[in-house]
Design a protein around this ligand. Structure first.
Ligand SMILES: O=P(O)(O)OP(=O)(O)OP(=O)(O)OC[C@H]1O[C@@H](n2cnc3c(O)ncnc32)[C@H](O)[C@@H]1O
Ligand SMILES: [Mg+2]
Length: 219
């Protein structure tokens, strides 16, 4: 599907209802001369059940469900946050960490509650402080699995990207989405939500996975 996909389609369909992801995909794909369409453009599209045990399997489920229904190749993203002090939680449950239908603010609040519980129990080894007085609570990693599915062949192209950082006890910045305000990049000395879309793309798990996918498509 590789060459034919890039050559054939002016519009890339992304099987997501997350407006933050759509913004990032639209930014990246516009550089390839592609427009982005998403499930936000198909308001009636039923919610896809994400019952895979890995990011990769959930990405395949989303891409196949949407691709079979729409009859065109579809790209899907399943992503989330692994927090080392929490044994890798929330992981594949990142979107519903604070419960089914949880908002970003609820999930962020729960993450801080869980980490502060560890702190009180004295289990947390990390206690470095940033210049603004906020504390680094735990090392963490964002993960993004991408799956591109072609219903004509039943074939998948898959990649995975990551970015390492730290969870801070206070929010930094107002860009991005999800857990970005709590994710600190020690290498940049900035928070993920302080980055522009372009800057986030360059270093993020999603940018990493997309770069790998484009390399596969161009092979
Ligand atoms: O399934 P779709 O419709 O794509 O949208 P979603 O928001 O439910 O997405 P996921 O199932 O992949 O869940 C990923 C969660 O992990 C978080 N997340 C993923 N990528 C992120 C990013 O780049 N920055 C901050 N948080 C992110 C965010 O809170 C998401 O809700
Ligand atoms: Mg989801």
């Amino acid at each position: 599907m590789a060459n034919s996909f890039l050559a054939a389609s002016d519009v890339v369909v992304v099987a997501t209802k997350n407006a933050g992801k759509v913004k990032e995909f639209a930014h990246a794909l516009s550089k390839l001369g592609k427009q982005t369409s998403s499930l936000l453009d198909h308001a009636d599209f039923p919610d896809i059940i994400e019952d895979g045990e890995t990011f990769a399997s959930n990405a395949r489920i989303k891409a196949k469900t949407a691709g079979d229904a729409l009859g065109v190749p579809v790209l899907a993203d399943d992503s989330g946050l692994r927090v080392h002090a929490l044994g890798g939680e929330p992981g594949v449950y990142s979107a519903r960490y604070a419960g089914e239908g949880a908002k970003d603010a609820d999930n962020n609040a729960k993450l801080l509650r869980e980490l502060s519980r560890l702190e009180t129990e004295g289990d947390n080894q990390a206690n470095e402080t940033l210049a603004d007085g906020s504390k680094l609570l735990s090392g963490a990693q964002f993960v993004c699995a991408l799956a591109l599915y072609d219903p004509a062949t039943g074939g998948f192209l898959e990649t995975e990207g990551t970015v390492d950082g730290w969870i801070t006890d206070k929010a930094h910045g107002s860009g991005g989405f999800g857990y970005d305000p709590l994710f600190w990049l020690t290498s940049l000395g900035r928070g993920m939500a302080e980055l522009s879309t372009e800057e986030k793309q360059r270093i993020s798990h999603r940018g990493d996975a997309l770069k790998k996918l484009i390399a596969l498509l161009e092979q």
